[in-house]
Design a protein around this ligand. Sequence first.
Ligand SMILES: [Fe+2]
Ligand SMILES: [Fe+2]
Length: 239
Amino acid sequence: MRITTDTIIGKLVADDYRTAPVFKRYGIDFCCNGNRTIADACPEAETDQLLRDLEGATAEAGAAGMDYKSWPLDLLADYIEKKHHRYVDTRLVEISPFLEKIVRVHGGHHPELAEVEQLFKESAGELTVHMKKEEFMLFPYIRKMVNAQKEGIPVQAPFGSVQNPVQAMMHDHDGEGERFRRIAELTGHYTPPEDACNTYRVTLSLLKEFEEDLHLHIHLENNILFPGAVALEETLASA
Ligand SMILES: [Fe+2]
Ligand SMILES: [Fe+2]
């Protein structure tokens, strides 16, 4: 695969998920801000090394990770809902009491934990509403469009164009990305301090895993599912 400074980051990660950890290492957001070229996202001094690292990551033979791009859009919507939405629901319930506990026990020496807990609470509330909007409005319409294409029947969007909910969901994603960037910053990228007890360590490692899952989840929506839905709507309109 030829990677240049004009390559769009989100598209590259959609083609080969092995590039995601490389972007992560360079602090480049590939999910919420995937619609940028490498030249736009990377400081010029680091571009050559980044291109070499990306070539290295994609050069090895073998699986480029799951090829989500080739999946039908209804399958991808089902997968996101069953895998990522369920994961968020489960983890929100598990992480909250851990955070409460470490704020109570360690908040004196680590005042930043209170802000982490506050941010996580906001995230829990907003993500829950966000996922419901996808599950009850956007994803069912994507399934309907896939069906309409198969059956050759017309379909009417209840919200004008699919672009409208897509824009709104991407806006929510930006907010979540921002919140987790702050959580990562406050926790020194999830590094437990010397005096951390086991619960503290477990909480940070759960938060880290949660952020990683969120990045993949948002990547699948922003860079694959949503552009696919917009393209499908155009195809149906011109048919
Ligand atoms: Fe989602
Ligand atoms: Fe989403």
